[in-house]
Ligand binder design. Structure first.
Ligand code: SF4
Length: 97
């Protein structure tokens, strides 16, 4: 059975983390950029290089995996690609272990 409350929790946690960054005047690297959601895989690859500098990668990864996102760059993973989704899932499971 799908645990929808858990999924909502991860998305809410990400929203709170983003809100804190904006309140501190330090938006995440993806703020205002179209690279993260570009149709061009090369653009998304450039975007992914900027995610490691983001202070909320853990929250971003959890929300992406638990909400089963299938497009865009999340926490440095290109979820438009099956390999990117597998890598994100593995990273999420490793973080939870
Ligand atoms: S980890 Fe990457 S995609 Fe997620 S909020 Fe930070 S910069 Fe944006």
């Amino acid at each position: 059975m799908t645990d929808t409350n858990h999924t909502s929790s991860a998305a809410l946690t990400l929203g709170e983390a983003l809100g804190n960054l904006y309140a501190e005047g330090t938006p995440p690297p993806c703020h205002g950029s179209l690279l993260w959601t570009s149709e061009d895989a090369e653009h998304r690859a450039v975007a992914a290089e900027h995610c490691p500098a983001c202070p909320i990668t853990a929250e971003c990864l959890a929300a992406a995996v638990e909400c089963r996102e299938v497009f865009g760059v999340w926490a440095g993973h290109d979820l438009a690609k099956p390999a990117g989704r597998r890598a994100a899932q593995a990273a999420h499971e490793a973080a939870a272990a």
